[in-house]
Design a protein around this ligand. Sequence first.
Ligand code: PLP
Length: 399
Amino acid sequence: MMISEKMYELGSKRSAIRELFEFGKKRAAEIGAENVYDFSLGNPTVPAPAIVNETLKEIMDTHDSISVHGYTSAQGDFETRDAIAVYLNKTYATTFTADNFYMTMGAAASLSLCFRALTTSEEDEFITIAPFFPEYKVFVEGAGAKLVIVPAETTSFQIDFAALEERITAHTKGIIINSPNNPSGAVYSAQTIEKLAALLEKKQQEYGTQIFLITDEPYREIAYDGIEVPYVTKYYANTLVCYSYSKSLSLPGERIGFVIVPDEAYESKRLYAAICGAGRALGYVCAPSIFQKMLVKCVGQTGDIDAYKKNRDLLYNGLTELGYTCFKPQGAFYMFVKALEDDADAFCEKAKEEDILIVSATGFGCPGYARVSYCVDYDMIERSFAAFKRLKEKYDDMQ
Ligand code: PLP
């Protein structure tokens, strides 16, 4: 066999979301872009804040080309890591230093590094809570471990603790959480994080193991109505933070983020070195230099979160009025809508017949729901209601 079948499969099978996106482009060419309601992707539509582009220009004007485009140290420029530590300490009353940070090419890289740094045997398991970002499976399996899924708690989209506890074993290396959540839009409360921390402490004792809480938080700042997004390292020592600027600064194509290994984590210096080692083994070398330099000035800035909130309100109110059952998003830019039949895949196919492109949550481990991504133009949401009404009527007529 010349090539890896595993890699071939990953590379040749397009994700369902990508398929939908491609279909949308084709339909737009046929019937006009204004008649296609594409809610499929999670690509920010709010532009990066002006200060990002101004800072990038300033960097180009004031630095020599060698220092802008050269390699940085593997863990990232000290000034960048220091600026982020200062900002987080000020905002969340944490006590990080530059040495706790490893700069990465976004959350996807951050997660992969954590799984690889922690995996020691093919029996190792990482547990995640449905609904979950499907790439977790790819990253965990890529590290040589197994992904275990806790079914969704569909009332508040917090955590079904009994189901989680049942799944924690001596092989559990970590729990992956994502709040604000893609795809449910839920934000885990302080109470949820406290309960989770207490459960993991108990299980660590029971098994004499270390269980890491891997918190995937690219949507941390995208939260509405003043809801608190608890800073997880303050609740549990063995926490690894995977952060990204893809969503907060609307820079998904630029690939910049970080991992935090707090001092309180078990053997934190060795763990940090293992994260560096995983970066080396993957050939990551260093995170993009110019975007690291940009962060020294732009850390703490965000795109216009209010634009997403306006979209959320319009979509939630509009679909609820039409008779859909929706979970009101507390953060991120996705809304979970209950499918109008048991089979969410079939429901999304029927939506597609009305040129509404929404993603079945079966792939997110949560059957019976669809994800409507509202990082889209406000006008498109308004225009889509007629189509959503037709879709609802189709089901009403079948009753
Ligand atoms: N985790 C979640 C929950 C996401 O939704 C995404 C991107 O959509 C990622 C991770 C990957 O983000 P990044 O672009 O920073 O790699």
